[in-house]
Ligand binder design. Sequence first.
Ligand SMILES: Cc1ncc(COP(=O)(O)O)c(C=O)c1O
Length: 394
Amino acid sequence: MNMISKLTKPAQIEPDSGIVKVAMYGFTKPGIIPFWSGEGNLPTPEKFSNAAAASLAKGETFYTFQRGIPELREALVRYHQRHFGKSFSVENFCVTGGGMQAIQTAIQIIAADGDEIIIPTPAWPNYAGPLRIQGTKPVEVSMTFANGKWALDLNRLFAAITPRTKAICLCSPSNPLGWVASKADLIAIRDVCRKAGIWILADEVYSKFYYGTGGANRAPSFLDICDAEEQLILCNTFSKNWAMTGWRVGWIQAPKILGPVIERIIQYNTSGTAVFLQRGCVTALDEGDDFIELQVEKARKNRDTVMSALKDFPQLRLSVPDGAFYAFFGIDGMTDSMATAMKIIDEANVGFAPGVAFGEAGEGYLRMCYLKEEHKLAEGLERLSNWLKISHPV
Ligand SMILES: Cc1ncc(COP(=O)(O)O)c(C=O)c1O
């Protein structure tokens, strides 16, 4: 009996994330320097972990509020007041199992079998995967690279809207591109979504990792231009700002009226997030601003290191990231980024995510996460440079 054939179609055919494929291969290589995953090297600051440990020690090990403990949702209100200058209500927030579950929950409530969600690509693969699994079609609108910059053609984006479209999903600052939507882009998207009556699904997990001009300490956000109660669902996470990738805690910000709906979906997915983890997250929100600053400064410095190491290779297509913590570089002549990522592992012992993992528009590129230790970054860049000189001489 072929048990696999008895599974649902999506379970049978949904491909692995290309990032995971490379990582699984790379991890078998002693001495590898990995830049494939989207996380920094710093562990969670002790004071956040201590708050979680104290909660556990106190016996906070029981079922809890499915949409998050009130203290965490209140801390989210304070955080958004401080960083976005907006007064939200606790009713605008639901705590989720990481940014990933925020996204999964959002798409479960706005789209179904046969519906469409528009995604500018290259994009993080974890929008298209869960969409396909539930029968919703991810409609990719490819961004273009020219003169050292990625650009989103808004006319093409809006032309992709059909009667089946439920949302435009925008990740800004972008993983993997480091591209950041301008306030004018956001306003145009908001206006078109309002007119079409569709949702804005915003992923702003890298909002604080912003290196734009003018001294702003975060990227332009839909929160700057949207009403709290309009058709905007924003997904976020503790993973990036506070070095908490392994905690698996995130949040959804949405109109108050969606709260009970989201709570029901959480009930039937995970039934909520552990209280002790949420206690650590309260401390992160209330006492973690200095740590965010430190991370962003490190990311900015590392971005400059990467750019100056790679800028003199004419065989590379490179854009200077304005946000997030990734370099997305193309190699002239490379047509199979998955094979190339594997080859670089074998020949240079350094690992990058293949561009094709981020959609067809990412083919011909590799993604490097540069929020790493200085000496490993320097060594990894040297390995890549030496490999380029030998395998792709000018
Ligand atoms: C763009 C983007 N959104 C959301 C997430 C989700 O983060 P997590 O599930 O780790 O909280 C990630 C993680 O890499 C990401 O890059």
